[in-house]
Ligand binder design. Structure first.
Ligand code: ADE
Length: 225
C-alpha cells in the first residue's frame, strides 16, 4: 500500500511513522508513506495558503488553488482508491473502516487546518471524509497519523504474529480479555491460575468469557442483541 499525505505542517508527521511497526512495514516494502508539503503547491511571492472566509466570520479558510494543484499533480502518477479529508464532521472512524481501507492500494489523505478547506475541494476531489471522534484538534496531521497506524498494521505480514491483529479489541465487535505476564505473583496479586494451567481449550474459553464480560460492562453498545 502507498499512502500520500498532504500537510501544511509536514514536520509534525516525521516521527509517527518512523518507529516500531510502521517503520518496519516501510522497511519491508509492505507500506510506503509520503508526506507532501502543501506550501510547495502555493503560488506567488508569499505562497499564501489561507484567506478570509467569504461572508465574514472568525477563522481563516484553506484556499482552493494550492490543494487542487497538489491533488491534481499527485493524481497524474497514480489512481487513488480514496481521496480522504480528515475533518471533525466526517464519518466516524472505526475498526471496520480500518479493515476496509487496509485492502486498498493507494490512499491520498488531506489534513485540514483553521476553519477548514474551501467547500469546493470537498465537492470536486474528496471521496471520503473521516473524523476520529467528537472533539476538535488543531489540524489533521495527528488524526491522519491515527488512521494510517490503524490501517497499516492490518496489512498481511506487517505484524510479526498475524493473528494478533485478529484478536484486537473491536475486531469481532468485542473488547480484548485481560492479559498478564511474569511475575505470576506481584505483592498480593496473582495471575488467574487457569492461565498457568497449560490447558489451551480452557484458557481460550476463559478468554472468551472475560472478553464478553468486559464488553458487557464497558461497551454494551457493541453487543448486537
Ligand atoms: N481535524 C480536527 N479535528 C479532527 C477530528 N476529530 N477528526 C479528524 N480530523 C480532525
Amino acid at each position: 500500500m502507498r499512502v500520500d499525505i498532504i500537510s501544511l505542517l509536514p514536520k509534525l508527521l516525521e516521527s509517527p511513522f518512523d518507529h516500531s511497526i510502521l517503520k518496519r512495514a516501510q522497511k519491508n516494502g509492505l507500506a510506503e508513506i509520503h508526506v507532501h508539503d502543501l506550501r510547495e503547491y502555493a503560488q506567488g511571492k508569499h505562497k499564501q495558503l489561507d484567506d478570509y472566509s467569504f461572508g465574514g466570520g472568525a477563522g481563516m479558510v484553506m484556499m482552493i488553488e494550492p490543494i487542487a494543484n497538489c491533488i491534481e499533480s499527485l493524481s497524474k502518477d497514480r489512481n487513488y482508491d480514496e481521496i480522504i479529508y480528515m475533518t471533525p464532521d466526517g464519518e466516524k472512524f472505526n475498526q471496520g473502516m480500518a479493515n476496509r481501507l487496509s485492502l486498498k492500494e493507494n490512499l491520498l489523505i488531506l489534513c485540514g487546518h483553521y476553519k477548514g478547506i474551501d467547500e469546493r475541494i470537498r465537492e470536486m476531489f474528496i471521496t471520503l471524509e473521516i473524523s476520529i471522534g467528537d472533539y476538535v484538534l488543531s489540524g489533521g496531521e495527528l488524526t491522519s497519523a491515527v488512521i494510517v497506524d490503524a490501517i497499516i498494521r492490518l496489512i498481511p505480514g506487517v505484524l510479526s504474529d498475524e493473528s494478533s491483529a485478529l484478536t484486537d479489541s473491536f475486531q469481532d465487535d468485542q473488547l480484548s480479555p485481560p492479559v498478564y505476564t511474569r511475575p505470576a505473583k506481584f505483592r498480593d496479586s496473582e495471575v488467574p491460575p487457569i492461565l498457568l494451567s497449560g490447558d489451551q481449550k480452557k484458557i481460550d474459553e476463559w478468554r472468551e468469557e472475560k472478553a464478553q464480560e468486559r464488553t458487557r460492562d464497558r461497551r454494551p453498545d457493541l453487543l448486537k442483541d
